[in-house]
Design a binder for this molecule. Structure first.
Ligand SMILES: Cc1cc2nc3c(=O)[nH]c(=O)nc-3n(C[C@H](O)[C@H](O)[C@H](O)COP(=O)(O)OP(=O)(O)OC[C@H]3O[C@@H](n4cnc5c(N)ncnc54)[C@H](O)[C@@H]3O)c2cc1C
Length: 477
């Protein structure tokens, strides 16, 4: 009933895009998102917008009817917030315009683009936008949360390179948010997620990276992991900004260059991407590889697009998953010991999964992302963060939901005494209002976000996200 009511009402708007009715053709395909664990929800109707005018009409409708609405871009969010139950969803996947201005180093993309798209198109034009590591992640959700990846030490987070956005306000007006127009909205959009308006396009600073960079995996036996992680922690300032580094504790996939006796055993996997001068890459990379004695070193020159998709193999779409993340100020012996303990005592599956069921990664921060941008310059918080730690579990059978999610929660809880309170909102499952209150760093920043929510979305039309309105009501009562 509710599905028909929403669909009939939206059908009267004469949209240029598609109206996908519940159970109709294309509905199931459009409803699919990254995390299968969130596959049970059924939006009442999905509107696949053709352009920003369609978005404006739908938001104006939602505002008139006080109708909460879901927004879907890449559909990669681990919470599955892009596909809420029994409400309309505005699907932005068709907003795929791209404009490259090489002379001025500017890249403008529609909200429907995926990271692999901007890497590929940008590389063709000699401009790279600093973003994330898995190609089918949406640029929209990633940017609105912050955006961390292999170029963050050199150029900052994605939001540090955002010049402006085209936004449809929750009452259906098409506006621009930048440092000079609607600056309060621009501040909040850069880290505060999809709470304040629907962004239809993003304009970024792009950089001439590649086309050839030096990158690859380096595999170390687990018994070297503690010593390597300690050295990474101690040597951060000596590691050049051109080096992007993620150290993962994971079961070794059956990768051909790795001798078979290491397959399915825990290893320390370094993922390295050097984005600078090719002639300096080997020396720079050697600084981190020499922290241990590798079993296999697969680092080699390769195209940027290939280098920035190395993680794809570990994150296939359509599995069940749970993510927890935290910033660390240092890599203490106690923290490393906890990581290793939980890795080797991880929940097991009774079948051989396509990729390891559990993994923990330590992303090296420092450099531009932590040193070049003031904490209060935008909502995104990184104060005191020298490392980003994350635990990810992935599985296929619903009956394993409890055990596999519990593993990531248990290791996160164990590490939390050593972690910072502020956190990167995008790489952790929503932990609820108290967590949201803390992850932006100071209470002042949180209050600024609440003010922006009250001004730009007073009726909480955009509530399917890491949401501020619950907190606002709690604070006021
Ligand atoms: C396997 C995996 C790898 C990842 N790797 C990285 C990484 O390397 N670096 C990194 O920074 N992050 C990473 N992430 C996290 C990623 O940034 C977030 O999941 C992000 O929200 C995905 O964006 P999306 O557009 O695909 O998501 P969606 O699921 O479409 O949306 C996520 C949220 O944003 C809202 N939203 C989406 N688009 C808009 C819009 N245009 N306007 C307003 N609100 C909107 C949605 O309503 C929802 O609440 C990864 C996640 C996964 C699952």
């Amino acid at each position: 009933m509710i599905a028909e009511k929403h669909a009939d009402s939206l059908a009267s708007l004469q949209l240029k895009g598609q109206l996908l009715r519940y159970g109709g053709q294309d509905y199931a395909e459009s409803r699919a998102i990254f995390n299968m664990r969130r596959s049970e929800t059924r939006p009442s109707v999905i509107v696949r917008a053709a352009d920003a005018d369609d978005v404006a009409m739908v938001m104006s409708w939602a505002s008139r009817h006080r109708q909460p609405i879901g927004i879907r871009s890449g559909g990669h969010g681990a919470d599955g917030a892009a596909m809420p139950d029994r409400v309309p969803v505005l699907d932005l996947t068709r907003l795929r315009d791209v404009h490259m201005d090489k002379a001025n180093g500017r890249v403008k993309v529609g909200a429907g683009l995926l990271l692999g798209d901007i890497d590929r198109i940008g590389q063709d034009h000699g401009l790279v936008v600093p973003s994330g590591t898995v190609s089918d992640t949406g640029v929209a959700g990633l940017t609105l949360g912050g955006g961390v990846g292999m170029l963050m030490r050199r150029f900052g987070a994605t939001v540090d390179n955002l010049i402006n956005c085209d936004v449809v306000s929750t009452d259906g007006r098409k506006i621009v948010a930048s440092e000079s127009e609607n600056a309060d909205l621009f501040w909040a959009l850069r880290g505060g997620g999809g709470n304040f308006g629907v962004v239809t396009a993003f304009e970024y600073r792009g950089y001439p990276v590649g086309p050839t960079v030096t990158a690859g995996f380096v595999v170390f036996p687990l018994d070297q992991a503690a010593s390597i992680l300690r050295k990474v922690g101690d040597s951060m300032s000596a590691i050049p900004r051109e080096v992007g580094l993620v150290c993962s504790i994971v079961e070794c996939p059956p990768m051909p260059p790795v001798p078979v006796q290491h397959h399915h055993r825990h290893i320390l996997l370094m993922t390295i991407l050097h984005s600078g001068e090719l002639s300096l890459a080997n020396d720079d990379i050697h600084k981190v590889i020499s922290f241990g004695r590798p079993i296999v070193n697969m680092v080699t020159p390769m195209p940027w697009v290939q280098a920035n998709s190395m993680f794809n193999v570990f994150a296939p779409t359509g599995r069940r998953t749970h993510q927890r993340g935290a910033y660390l100020s240092e890599l203490r012996d106690e923290t490393i010991a906890l990581m290793l303990h939980h890795a080797v005592n991880a929940a097991q599956l009774d079948y051989v999964p396509p990729v390891p069921a559990t993994a923990q990664s330590v992303w090296l921060m420092g450099g531009a992302i932590t040193d070049d941008f003031a904490e209060d310059s935008k909502a995104f918080s990184r104060e005191g963060a020298r490392f980003f730690w994350e635990a990810v579990s992935q599985w296929d059978k619903p009956e394993d939901d409890g055990r596999l999610a519990a593993w990531a929660d248990a290791v996160a809880d164990a590490i939390s005494p050593y972690a910072r309170k502020n956190c990167y909102v995008n790489l952790s499952t929503d932990r609820g209002p108290e967590w949201i209150r803390e992850i932006y760093g100071s209470e002042e920043k949180f209050q600024r976000l609440l003010s922006a929510k009250a001004k730009w979305d007073p009726h909480n039309i955009l509530r399917f996200n890491k949401n501020f309105a619950i907190e606002r009501r709690a604070t006021q009562s």
